[in-house]
Design a protein around this ligand. Structure first.
Ligand code: SF4
Ligand code: SF4
Length: 241
C-alpha cells in the first residue's frame, strides 16, 4: 500500500509503516547528506559530541557549531558548523561520520523527519538525492528508530522543553538574560563550574554525594542543569510581572 502524502507532497508514515532504505559506503551519495545542511543541535546532542570528542562543551561549541540568540525571544540556536570551503560538516571523514556512535538526533533520524507531533513521519529528502531509498531493504519506522537509538535523545529533549515556564510565549520579547540562562544547558561545563561555588550548592541543596554524581554522570548533570534553569527562569518571569 502506498503511504499517504503530507501537505508538502512527501510520503506520510506512522511508526508501523514500512519504508525502503539502506545506507552504505558503496553508494555514490555516501556522505553527501553531511554537506551543506542545517542541523540544529539540542543540549543532549552537545553532551554526546562533548563525550565523543573528549572536549569541554565550550570547545565543542566554538569549534563545531554556529550559535547565537535568535529573535525577540532570544532563544539559543546551536547548529553544526559546515567547513566554509568544502561545505562539509567538520565531523565527516571519507569513511563517514567520525562521531557516529554519538551523532546528533537529526543525523540519526535521516532520511526520516517528524511530520507532526502525533507520531507522523515523513522523508526529509528524495530518492534522487538519497540513493539508499532505492535499496531493496525495508523496515518499519519503529524498528528504524530503535536501531538508530533515538529514544534517549527524545526523552532528554522533552525534559529540556519542560524548563520553560507557562508564561513563555514563543516570538514574544522576553526578559534580557533568558537566552544566556538557557544556553547553560548547551555549555554544560559552565554549569559544572557554577556547582563548584559552595553558595550555589547550598542554595540548591546540592550535597557532596550529589556533587560527586554530577562529576561522574553527565546525563545527571544535564538533568540538574534543567532544574537549575527552570528555577532561574521562574525567578526571571516573576521579576517581569
Ligand atoms: S544520502 Fe542517504 S544513502 Fe546516501 S549516504 Fe546519506 S543517508 Fe546514506
Ligand atoms: S555529525 Fe556526523 S552524521 Fe551528522 S552531519 Fe556531521 S558527519 Fe554527518
Amino acid at each position: 500500500m502506498e503511504p499517504r502524502a503530507t501537505a508538502n507532497g512527501r510520503p506520510s508514515f506512522t511508526s508501523k509503516s514500512l519504508f525502503r532504505f539502506r545506507c552504505h559506503d558503496a553508494l555514490p551519495c555516501f556522505t553527501q547528506c553531511c554537506r551543506d545542511v542545517n542541523i540544529f543541535l539540542t543540549p543532549y546532542d552537545v553532551l554526546r559530541l562533548r563525550r565523543a570528542l573528549n572536549m569541554s562543551s565550550s570547545e565543542v561549541l566554538n569549534r563545531y557549531t554556529m550559535n547565537y540568540l535568535a529573535g525577540a525571544g532570544q532563544i539559543p540556536v546551536v547548529q553544526l558548523a559546515m567547513d566554509p570551503e568544502t561545505l562539509y560538516c567538520k565531523l565527516v571523514t571519507e569513511e563517514g561520520c567520525s562521531v557516529y556512535g554519538d551523532r546528533p538526533w537529526a543525523c540519526r533520524m535521516y532520511p526520516l523527519d517528524l511530520a507532526s507531533r502525533d507520531g507522523e513521519y515523513t522523508l526529509i529528502t528524495g530518492k534522487e538525492r538519497c540513493l539508499g531509498l532505492l535499496e531493496n531493504s525495508s523496515m518499519t519506522v519503529d524498528d528504524w528508530l530503535a536501531e538508530q537509538g533515538v529514544e534517549s535523545y527524545v526523552l532528554m529533549e522533552q525534559a529540556f522543553h519542560s524548563v520553560m515556564p507557562e508564561e513563555f510565549q514563543p516570538g514574544k520579547t522576553m526578559a534580557p538574560g533568558l537566552g544566556k540562562i538557557l544556553f547553560l544547558a548547551y555549555d554544560l561545563d559552565r554549569f559544572a563550574d557554577l556547582l563548584e561555588d559552595s553558595k550555589v550548592r547550598s542554595f540548591y541543596e546540592i550535597d557532596e554525594d550529589l556533587l560527586n554524581r554530577t562529576r561522574e554522570d553527565q546525563e545527571f548533570l544535564l538533568r540538574l542543569a534543567f532544574q537549575y534553569i527552570r528555577n532561574q527562569l521562574e525567578e526571571l518571569f516573576e521579576n517581569m510581572s
